[in-house]
Design a protein around this ligand. Structure first.
Ligand code: G1P
Length: 302
């Protein structure tokens, strides 16, 4: 039955400590760091909603309340903006509260991405669901999740998003061994390795943070022992499903993504992402880009 159920729910793990951005993330969730003027997690929620997934479950933990406030109404702020007759900012404040239906569950213990996804079991039930990781932003001009949902519809099982990277980057990610299918941009996943040691990667195709999971993943996660980093890995659970046929919750397919992906998970990539988003903003680019050019030229001279 679950095999034919449509995907309506998205799970967004957001319980990480954000240690790479300390001290900024001492009292602010890393998911709330702004990309220009919008917190990173709002882009992710918008992506899910744009793909038709309006039922969102955020897996959070201690110190993550600002995320809940962000997706809630803010009456005092709204009143103040109304009194100031500032409809533009008022709309911006209301927008994040009206995106979809956002639910929350707490992870409790930081036992890994697989464990975070398992925390969604009760909410998701026996339906396929999407998982979106907040460190990766996908350009809305290159819709990926929609394509993954189509692939789930066509092939059943689970679907991961794959991107080709330079060999030296592979060990930072989950990596897939793949076989072609009749569709140009779709592959069958035959092996998955979480953060392979250099030289042992099965390919240069890495998992970026978008998944469509068959609900069979929940049972598998329960039996998945801690893997890389002593954590319960979603990659390991999907590897188990990749070996199964459709009647048992398998297989796993990959969508080969060649569009624009922005990483916000580390300082350097975060800075690149902010600059790229600013350069694409009609209200900022006209002033920002000439300044940036001049700044770089001057910087090079010094
Ligand atoms: C997680 C996954 C990994 C995936 C990556 C994508 O790793 O475990 O398989 O490639 O997200 O961003 P993390 O970045 O949480 O260590």
């Amino acid at each position: 039955m679950a095999d034919h159920a449509p995907v309506t729910k998205a799970v967004v793990p957001a319980a990480g400590l954000g240690t790479r951005f300390l001290p900024a993330t001492k009292a602010t969730p890393k998911e709330m760091l702004p990309i220009v003027d919008k917190p990173a997690i709002q882009y992710v929620v918008e992506e899910a909603v744009n793909a038709g997934l309006e039922d969102l479950l955020l897996v959070t933990g201690r110190g993550k309340r600002p995320i809940e406030d962000h997706f809630d109404r803010a009456y005092e702020l709204e009143e103040a903006l109304r009194a100031k007759d500032d409809p533009e900012r008022l709309a911006a404040v209301r927008e994040s509260a009206e995106l979809g239906i956002v639910h929350y569950v707490r992870q409790g213990e930081p036992k890994g991405l697989g464990h975070a996804v398992h925390c969604a079991h009760q909410h998701v039930g026996n339906e396929p669901f999407a998982v979106l990781l907040g460190d990766d932003l996908i350009d809305p001009r290159d819709p990926l999740l929609q394509r993954m949902l189509e692939v789930r519809e066509q092939f059943g099982g689970s679907v991961v998003a794959l991107m080709e990277v330079e060999p030296e980057q592979v060990s930072l990610y989950g990596c897939a061994a793949i076989e072609p299918t009749s569709e140009d941009d779709v592959v069958k996943v035959t092996n998955l390795v979480e953060k392979p040691v250099p030289g042992e990667a099965p390919s240069r195709w890495i998992i970026i943070g978008r998944y469509v999971c068959d609900p069979a993943v929940f049972d598998v996660l329960e039996k998945t022992p801690p893997g890389r980093g002593g954590e319960i890995q979603l990659t390991d659970a999907l590897m188990t499903l990749a070996q199964r046929d459709r009647s048992q919750g398998g297989p796993v397919h990959g969508v080969l993504f060649r569009g624009r992906r922005y990483d916000t998970g580390n300082k350097l990539d975060y800075l690149r992402t902010v600059v790229q988003f600013a350069a694409d903003r009609p209200d900022l680019a006209a002033e920002f880009l000439p300044w940036l050019r001049e700044f770089v030229a001057k910087h090079d001279e010094d």
